[in-house]
Design a binder for this molecule. Structure first.
Ligand code: PNS
Length: 162
């Protein structure tokens, strides 16, 4: 059974993340979307809120064989505990490459048996990041089209309180 782990901050989950998940779910027998807990970053959405938002998106999009979790510690350790042989990441632009390249090298050092697979973002998502969504939303701009429609209202309201 091919199991993939899609780790990240997802603060918040965007249409770019959804696109990656959509493609990954068609290639793997099971995909775990897992949110890093206790990251050094000060998140806007709590871990519980992010789990709920992503579950709603998955159910709304009708994506099968996907489970949403949280984790702390090393991603590869979490992958091993889940029986996942693959890490899933999205690549938007050349700027992502350096970060992903070093993360891949370190993860390979820690767990050579785990492979990372990358999904290229759609050109229209190449500019999109959770941090830009947070910035636009907290400054009162429209995030329509940047986050999945079923969670847009919740995200908009929450960011407006920032
Ligand atoms: O969505 P993000 O914030 O780019 O995700 C980054 C994430 C969570 C994948 C990365 O920070 C991570 O794997 N953190 C866990 C700690 C770890 O395993 N470090 C070693 C690899 S560099």
């Amino acid at each position: 059974m091919k199991i993939g782990l899609y780790p990240g901050s997802f603060d918040p989950f965007t249409v770019g993340h959804l696109d990656v998940l959509w493609h990954a779910s068609s290639l793997f027998d099971r995909v775990y979307v897992s949110i890093l807990r206790n990251s050094a970053k000060q998140p806007v959405f709590t871990e519980e809120e992010r789990v709920d938002l992503i579950r709603k998106v998955i159910s709304d999009a009708g994506i099968d064989r996907v489970e949403v979790l949280t984790f702390d510690g090393l991603t590869v350790k979490h992958a091993k505990a889940l029986g996942a042989g693959y890490l899933i990441r999205g690549l938007r632009a050349i700027t992502d490459f350096e970060y992903e390249f070093s993360m891949d090298a370190l993860n390979r050092h820690l767990a050579p048996e785990i492979q990372t697979v990358y999904f290229m973002a759609k050109p229209e998502h190449s500019f999109l990041s959770s941090s830009k969504v947070r910035e636009i939303g907290s400054l009162g701009g429209s995030i329509h089209g940047l986050v999945p429609e079923c969670i847009e209202k919740m995200i908009t309201e929450r960011l407006a309180q920032q």
